[in-house]
Design a protein around this ligand. Structure first.
Ligand SMILES: [Mn+2]
Length: 417
């Protein structure tokens, strides 16, 4: 097919997520590799659907590296279109995204403006291709949902040309059961766009749901936590290159980035002593094939004796660094011991840990309020979720306090009137 438009779609790059110098270097190399690939592929523009940076004000050294890469790309006359993600947005201060936009490196699409009661996000036309882009930025805790609900859908339905909607939000129809973060229904995305460029879900998705082509590339590079475990376990990372034919047909290809060789080592500590587990870990450090690799060691199970702190992770870290491993990630939050059972709550995710603490403490609740005595864990979970709510843009401290108080009373079932 004759190609009319060609663009790249990245998301969740999380630049600056790691403090380890080796990982920082790999992170920037991967970003550079991705943009070089974009130039080789001859893409007209790049979309980054949020979480370009890991925090709103990241380490300046990494910012410098990223700015150099973005600048080389835009100096060729091509544009980088972005929305904020849940990580690189701040309600209170300028974010690094605003600074690189002021410098002309990226263009944020979908800046909100009011159309009467409705919200009309700014629509940007890519000069090189005539493609039309708009979107809604992500916020922590799905606070962008209000914007979706207020969207001027009628206004957006009149857009012309190839239409791309950029967003950073998880969808109910896509979220897996083990994924705890908030999501919204697909029906809140406006209709009529040719491509929905998603971010926020950290895995690869390319689906047509209710006639909408919804695509999430997942992270380009992941240097931390559960994502790193998945990468090392074989989950592909990279970005999409999309070709739009003259007739409007889409060719969507995933470009895999392989920033490092990884190895996942699982150690089952069930029924073993801490010193026994230490011997197995010491054997790992003597392996000759781990040099030049990112090593993830996952220790789980319940020790029969010894404390979890008796398992000498520092020695493993040092041993593997001496053996030339690029980086060592230790996952031990599923390690327990019989000796400590009553005093500690372990879980894979924050939500599981919170749940565990709430149910353990629920026995201590006194009083006659049925809602509290009968569904204490649930109430505590809702209350905590409510307390996480941050001040809104332009909201005064007093309004915020009042809003939080009212919400807490509702959760506790003591709201008046
Ligand atoms: Mn992300």
């Amino acid at each position: 097919m004759a190609i009319k438009i060609k663009f790249a779609h990245m998301a969740d790059i999380h630049i600056g997520a790691t403090s380890d110098p080796n990982m920082k270097g790999l992170e920037l190399q991967t970003l550079e590799g991705a943009f070089n690939r974009c130039l080789r592929e001859g893409v007209d523009f790049v979309i980054i659907a949020g979480d370009i940076f890991h925090v709103n004000i990241p380490d300046l050294e990494v910012v410098k590296g990223a700015v150099e890469i973005f600048k080389r790309f835009v100096d060729t006359g091509r544009k980088i279109y972005v929305v904020y993600g849940s990580h690189d947005f701040s309600p209170n201060t300028a974010s690094i995204v605003d600074i690189i936009e002021a410098a002309g490196l990226v263009k944020r699409v979908g800046k909100p403006s009011a159309a009467g009661e409705r919200l009309m996000p700014e629509v940007v036309k890519d000069e090189r291709t005539g493609a039309t882009l708009t979107g809604i930025s992500g916020r922590r805790g799905l606070r962008e949902r209000d914007a979706f609900e207020a969207l001027d859908r009628e206004g957006l339905s009149h857009l012309k040309g190839f239409r791309i909607f950029v967003f950073h939000t998880s969808l109910d129809e896509i979220k897996r059961e083990d994924e705890k973060y908030d999501s919204m229904p697909l029906s809140l995305l406006p209709d009529g766009f040719d491509y929905y460029a998603g971010g926020h879900i950290h895995r690869i998705i390319d689906k047509v749901i209710d006639g909408k082509r919804v695509v999430y590339p997942g992270p380009l590079f992941t240097g931390w936590g559960g994502d790193l475990e998945d990468t090392v376990a074989g989950e592909r990372r990279g970005f999409f290159v999309v070709e739009v034919g003259e007739g409007g047909g889409l060719g969507v290809e995933f470009i895999a980035m392989r920033p490092f060789e990884g190895e996942l080592i699982r150690i089952n500590a069930d029924g073993r002593s801490a010193s026994d587990v230490n011997s197995e870990l010491a054997a790992v450090t003597r392996r000759h094939d781990l040099g030049g690799k990112v090593v993830v060691i996952k220790v789980c199970g319940e020790l029969s004796s010894g404390k979890t702190s008796d398992v000498d992770f520092a020695a493993v870290r040092k041993g593997l660094a001496d053996a030339g491993a690029i980086y060592v990630h230790l996952s031990r939050n599923q390690l327990r011991t019989k000796e400590f059972e009553a005093a500690t709550i372990k879980g894979e995710t924050n939500a599981q840990i919170e749940e565990g603490i709430f149910s353990e403490m629920s026995g201590a609740v006194k009083g006659t309020n049925e809602r509290l005595t009968k569904s204490c864990t649930e109430v505590a979970r809702l209350l905590l979720a409510q307390l996480r709510s941050q001040k809104l843009e332009g909201e005064t401290q007093r309004d915020y306090d009042a809003r939080m108080m009212a919400a807490a009373k509702t959760v506790l079932g003591i709201a008046e009137g």
